[in-house]
Structure formats: C-alpha cells, structure tokens
Design a protein around this ligand. Structure first.
Ligand code: ATP
Ligand code: MG
Length: 350
C-alpha cells in the first residue's frame, strides 16, 4: 500500500495534511498551510509516533523500576513546584507573559546550580551576553561554572554541548532559536517542534536537565503548537502582572511529580525572592471594613488568606446587574441561584 505523504502543515496549530487547505479543519485558521520540504517532512515523521517499528511487549512485572533522582535548584519555591527538585534528563518548559521575570528566575536558578559545582549553560537568543552579565551582577549570580552562550542557531548550540559536559541547560527562549536545516522562520511551528524534539533527545541521551522558556500568546497559551506541551516532561506557567511585585509559578503538567503546588515570588531589585508570609499577601485590612470578608483557600499544601469584597447599590434601571471581578460570572450566577432557591426566607434574597 502506498504511504500517505504529509506535504502541508498549518502554521497555527501544526496540523499536517497531504493536501493544501484554505481553512484549517482543526483550528479554523485561514491561509495557514505551508508546503514542507523533504527534511521538514522527516522531522514531522520523527515527532509523530513511529508505528512502523517492530517492538515487543514486555510484562510489567519484568520491567525494572527507574529511580528518580533529583538535585535542588536551591530555590525552595521552584523545588516545591517541581515536586522536590530538578530531574536530570528532564525537559521543562516555562511559559509566561513578557517581563514577568522568566529570565531573572532562570538566571538565578542557573547560578544556584552552578554554585554546587555543576556545569550550567545559559543560551540566550534574545539578549546579548553583556546584558545578561548586567543582570547577573544585579542578581549576584556570577559563578565560575555558569557559562553564557549568545546564540540562535541550534547547530551551534549542539556543538557547544559536545565540547563540554553540562548538567543543566537553559534556553531563553525557544521561539528565538532556529535550525539551519529548516527554511521556515524562527518561532514557526516546524522550527519550534524540531528544536524541542532535538532538545528532548539531548536531555535523554546526556542526562542533562533542560529548561526552555516559551513566550505565551494573548490567549495565554505557549506560542507554538500544542504538541510542545505534549513533548516536554514538565510545563510551568509564570503568572503575575509585571507591574505588581508578586509572581506565581504554577505547574500545568509534571511527569515526575504533582502539579498542585504553587511557588510565590516577590520581584525586588536583587531579583525574584521567595515570598515569605504568603498567607497575608492577598488581603489588605488595617481596620474593620463593611462589605469585606476574609476566607482561607488551600493552594497545594499552602493556606492563603483571601479578601472578598462586595458592594450593593440601588439600581436605576429595571434590570439590576450582578457582576464580579476575579471570579467567573457564570459560577457567580449559579451560586446566587442556589442561594435564592435554598434560602427560603425571602428577606435573605440576594
Ligand atoms: N533594576 C531592577 N530593579 C527591579 N526590578 C527590575 C529591575 N530590572 C528589571 N526588573 C524587573 O524584571 C522584569 C523583567 O524581568 P525579565 O527580563 O526576567 O522578564 P522576562 O519574563 O524574561 O521578559 P521577556 O519576556 O521580555 O524576556 C521587569 O518587568 C521588572 O519588573
Ligand atoms: Mg527574558
């Protein structure tokens, strides 16, 4: 039987098809298909599951258990989000909006790891080595074993990885790195997929722990194909407004631990520091105030006190409105409907 050739790829969602389409049947994007050359077709084939290879099933009782060894990032917040520390040979993706502090966090973590005697390589495709040095001075991250490489070509990064053995590699960012073997632009679906595939191979082969930074789109997902999230072992999101000092690191996927813990950081001039006394950071109450209530929620193993504020005022129109900020409106309406139904006393109507 003749093999179906994959010739076209959607640059929006990564769907591959043998025929060109004006509108993608998966994501609905218009005019997003490009024709792949032979090399690109090969990459697509490699990243898809290889069903043609003959393999033999083994009884689960005969399989040796793999022990997960971890090393500390010397950052308690990051270690707890990762489930106890960094796993050698794992590939972690950190996503976050511009300016949230991704480079700051990873440079500090890189220098922490380097201070324990491990070799760390920080690859920057966005900033010059001089800019990183300035940041390193501010963060007090100058460590002998922390190496910088200002490079965007994947092939050159691979050469550096062959010249010295690195225990920890940071790639800032995946969207800026490109492979000379692929014609499409840096940040395109094919490039991002090929580079992630290569990095995954290096991580598993050399037991190097790799962290890659990924920019996020306006919708909040990591720019590039969804396949990126499937390929890597761990996905973390760095949240928080760059104008606010508190930042939250949240696990979205973790092949080596739970995703329930969050890390809370505070942005200071000396960098991101673990936010101590987190419980009292999300409310501001010096005196008793009307319309304000405090509640405690659990985020992983951490209790956090939140303040809920409410305001009721008379409506000047026949249709009164109920609105919430920081809370899903549909959920609010459902809760209010429940309260109305269950609290029979009409004086309690909300
Ligand atoms: N001198 C400084 N003092 C205090 N905070 C600073 C200083 N310089 C930068 N920052 C903080 O660091 C943030 C930028 O951090 P960083 O460059 O690590 O973010 P990023 O997520 O890597 O951004 P990008 O997406 O642009 O690469 C700024 O938004 C600011 O809050
Ligand atoms: Mg950055």
């Amino acid at each position: 039987m003749a093999k179906t050739k994959i010739l076209f790829e959607c640059q929006h969602c990564g769907l591959t098809t043998p025929k060109w389409m004006g509108k993608c049947t998966n994501c609905g994007a218009w005019d997003s298909f490009i024709e792949l050359n032979e090399h690109q077709q090969e990459v697509v084939k490699q990243t898809k599951s290889t069903t043609s290879k003959k393999s033999k099933a083994v009884s689960i009782t005969d399989i040796q258990e793999e022990e997960i060894y971890r090393f500390s990032s010397l950052d308690t917040e990051l270690d707890s989000v990762l489930g106890g520390g960094i796993v050698p040979g794992s590939l972690t993706l950190i996503g976050g909006s511009p300016g949230v502090g991704k480079s700051t966090l990873l440079l500090k973590v890189g220098s922490n790891v380097a201070s324990t005697g491990k070799n760390v390589l920080y690859v920057t495709g966005e900033e010059s080595a001089g800019q990183i040095k300035l940041r390193a001075n501010r963060l007090k991250s100058n460590e002998k074993n922390l190496y910088l490489l200002s490079e965007i070509r994947l092939e050159q990064i691979l050469v550096e990885l062959q010249e010295r053995r690195y225990d920890f590699l940071i790639v800032d960012s995946i969207q800026t790195i490109y492979s000379e073997n692929i014609t499409s632009a840096p940040g395109s679906v094919t490039q991002v997929r090929q580079i992630t595939f290569e990095l995954m191979r290096i991580a598993k082969e050399s037991d190097t722990a790799i962290f890659i930074i990924g920019h996020i789109t306006k919708e909040g997902s990591i720019a590039g194909p969804r396949v990126l999230e499937h390929m890597v072992d761990t996905v973390l999101y760095f949240e928080g407004d760059s104008s606010q000092e508190l930042r939250i690191l949240r696990g979205f996927k973790n092949r080596f631990g739970p995703t329930s813990e969050i890390g809370v950081f505070e942005m200071r001039s000396e960098g991101l520091v673990s936010a101590t006394d987190v419980a009292s950071r999300f409310f501001n109450r010096d005196s008793k105030q009307s319309g304000s209530a405090l509640t405690v929620v659990m985020e992983g193993s951490r209790p956090i006190i939140l303040e809920v504020q409410a305001l009721v005022s008379e409506s000047h129109t026949s249709n009164s409105k109920r609105q919430a900020t920081g809370f899903d409106n549909n959920r609010l309406n459902m809760l209010l409907a429940l309260l109305e139904r269950k609290t029979r006393d009409t004086t309690l109507r909300i």
